[in-house]
Design a protein around this ligand. Sequence first.
Ligand SMILES: [Zn+2]
Ligand SMILES: [Zn+2]
Length: 323
Amino acid sequence: MRAIVLDEPGQPLRPAELPVPEPARGELLIRVHACGVCRTDLHVIDGEVTAGKLPVVPGHQIVGTVEGSGERVGVPWLGWTCGECAYCRSGRENLCDRARFTGCDRDGGFAEYAVADSRFCFPIPAGYPDLQAAPLLCAGLIGHRALRMTGDAGRLGLYGFGAAAHIVCQVARHERRRVFAFTRAGDDGAQRFARELGAEWTGAASDPPPEELDAAIVFAPAGELVPAALRALAKGGTVVCAGIHMSDIPSFPYADLWGERSIRSVANLTRRDGEEFLALAPRVPVRTTVATYPLERAGDALEDLRSGRVHGAAVVSVRDGSA
Ligand SMILES: [Zn+2]
Ligand SMILES: [Zn+2]
């Protein structure tokens, strides 16, 4: 099968011809139709997140059909958990000490076939074509978990308006929250896109919003955004850091945290997050905007993501199987 492989962190991705993987007991062999591209893939490729397997096929937002049954399924970042540790047994499998992640510790979806543990696959809502469904599986799920961590915050700041924010913005508006979107300075395209999706105000990350925020979600991997977001909060507000990796957070005066403001991270996802979000998405309805790349150009998709050239979500189209 055709696949895109990472040999070592820091090396360019390489097209490869690999044997079709053999599913072990409890695993499904999936014919990949589409696979979303995520900033976490860049962190794995750059070595900021350590791959548990090398070479590895990246990609963790897989939509495909199960060989044999033809059932359409999605494979997310959370590929396996132990089921035994204190985290797993307390509804926090996202924190499992032995968790294995798709496209990082197990081969992912930048390939014609993938295998996945059937217990960690989700049915895909019927109304979504393959390409539009793929970004729901990480941008959507992590965005959903991050949005839940903001409680009932009415005034929501989104720092970085990429794949996850473009989904969260729609859900937040559906929940009648007010959205303030922060982008790279001068990124008029991203700001227009955010307003089209319901943001009432857009600006650069260093701009003070017109009102205090009740919560902010930081999607961009830039640590300096954390104190900036903190300064934009009303008392009692929360900054949620939604990325798996971020540059160092600069120091800031304690007065900025005072007033019961808090900073927290969101790590990975639970299967329950997936079930909740995939039930919610068609009700909003969330519509994903995607930029499509053929499998051979997965590396270009990642570089476009790195440089901020993608509006919405980048998706690798592996097989035209929507029919
Ligand atoms: Zn565990
Ligand atoms: Zn991801």
